[in-house]
Design a protein around this ligand. Structure first.
Ligand code: HSE
Length: 438
């Protein structure tokens, strides 16, 4: 049977990796898909640029429209990134009746509802395994492997750059800015690194994970997002001393009042496997009611790991090219007309435990004021440590771990604490999760 013809939009790191993997593993891929998969055309901004792949036999063009309008091409692979040109090209490809494979998390998180509706209309597939956690087949695992479960919650380290920064701060005592610079040089970081450190990239990915876990529309704008740029070496060290690691987590949980959707630095017990996912690696922990906790670990970025997911999607699309569109795996795991309207829980109503650090005058009565304020807000203290003032300072650091409480109670308590004349500056608050099986 003739090979399925594929067009690439973007021939950068992941595009090059995709060409290489398709070529190197052509025989195995053909045995799996039932047909060959051949890249016939690729659009790149500069077609004369040196590549990380062999482009012989591929028609190179600077015009992405040439690819999406090419009548020979059945599947368009979108690797442009962002949600401007990429969105226009994906919508055009769909309108032209082509299937789409994309690694673009921002595009799916922000415009997925519209894209999937258009794809449904035209009976084409939009596959996006590479958009979340790079090479980890987490979309397939949740959408198909866990289809018998009611998913209770999921928590993931889904940004490699942020995890690399936190790991280096902990292991080598390095400063935030210094490690970020190295991550950029290594090519892990987004074009705009604030997407990594402020949690936007993780929020894109979490939005997608939550939709396929709970069968809700994509709701990127409702995701609570807090970055890691305020995390200090002291917090990393104090967390360690208390038996915790700080990880930048994406968390989504089903509650009676709605779905939690949040990205923020989180203290987790050091004995958890997730706490030991270091460097640029990603991992997602998914709790299903039948299976219990399951953990998926692997490379979340890079040319071939991401290409691994892109090629898997290509194989999937090729396998089902001739099947009845009504009987394909739904884009968001649940049938498009059976998505749930469960609300996203406002962050003020989310319940979690907290790590607090404040700089306090080292004299009698100060701690009493602090504990009185927490007590009045209904916040129970789990552990407390006082650190000697740093050289040149007369303020001691008070570190507290609290029990679970609603975020709005903690917000009020922090306002009152910061108003005390004996407390210097801002109170640092880092949320804390046990991630146990309950
Ligand atoms: N900047 C992303 C990361 C790349 O660091 O994880 C993969 O999405």
């Amino acid at each position: 049977m003739e090979a399925v013809k594929v067009g690439l939009l973007g021939l950068g790191t992941v595009g090059g990796g995709t060409v290489t993997v398709l070529s190197r593993n052509a025989e195995e891929i053909t045995r799996r898909a039932g047909r060959g998969i051949q890249v016939v055309q690729a659009a790149a901004r500069d077609i004369n640029k040196p590549r990380n792949c062999d482009t012989s036999g591929i028609d190179l063009t600077t015009d992405p429209e040439a690819v999406v309008n090419n009548p020979d091409i059945q599947i368009v692979v979108e690797l442009i990134g962002g949600d401007g040109l990429a969105r226009d090209m994906v919508m055009k490809a769909i309108a032209n009746g082509k299937h789409v494979v994309t690694a673009n998390k921002a595009l799916i998180a922000k415009h997925g509802n519209e894209i999937f509706a258009a794809a449904q209309e035209k009976s084409v597939m939009v596959a996006f395994e590479a958009a979340v956690a790079g090479g980890i087949p987490i979309i397939k695992a949740i959408r198909e492997g866990l289809a018998g479960n009611r998913i209770e919650w999921l928590a993931g380290i889904i940004n490699g750059t942020g995890n690399f920064i936190l790991t280096e701060m902990r292991d080598k005592g390095r400063d935030f800015a210094d490690v970020l610079k190295e991550a950029q040089e290594l090519g892990y970081a987004e074009a705009d690194p604030t997407f990594d450190v402020e949690g936007i990239d993780a929020a894109h990915k979490l939005t997608i994970l939550a939709s396929i876990a709970f069968g809700i529309p994509l709701q990127f704008d409702a995701t609570f997002t807090e970055g890691i740029s305020e995390i200090t070496r002291e917090d990393v060290t104090y967390a360690e001393e208390l038996g915790y690691r700080i990880k930048h987590l994406g968390l989504s949980r089903r509650t009676d009042k709605g779905i939690e959707l949040r990205v923020h630095p989180t203290l987790i017990p050091e004995r958890r496997l997730l706490a030991n996912v270091d460097g640029v690696m990603n991992a997602v922990l998914v709790m299903g009611d039948a299976v219990g906790p399951t953990l998926y670990y692997g490379a979340g970025a890079g040319a071939e790991p991401t290409a691994s997911a892109v090629v898997a999607d290509l194989v999937d699309v090729v396998r089902v090219l001739t099947t009845d569109p009504e009987n394909r795996v739904p884009h968001l795991a649940f049938q498009a007309n059976r998505l749930s309207d469960l609300p996203i829980l406002p962050m003020a109503q989310v319940q979690t435990a907290y790590y607090l650090r404040m700089q306090a005058e080292d004299r009698p009565g100060v701690l009493a004021d602090v504990t009185r304020i927490l007590g009045e807000a209904g916040i129970s203290i789990e552990a407390m440590v006082q650190k000697e003032p740093m050289p040149g300072s007369d303020k001691a650091s008070i570190i507290m771990l609290t029990q679970r409480v609603e975020e709005q109670s903690m917000n009020q308590a922090i306002v009152s604490l910061e108003a005390l004349s004996t407390i210097d500056g801002k109170v640092t608050r880092i949320r804390m999760e046990t991630l146990d099986a309950s």
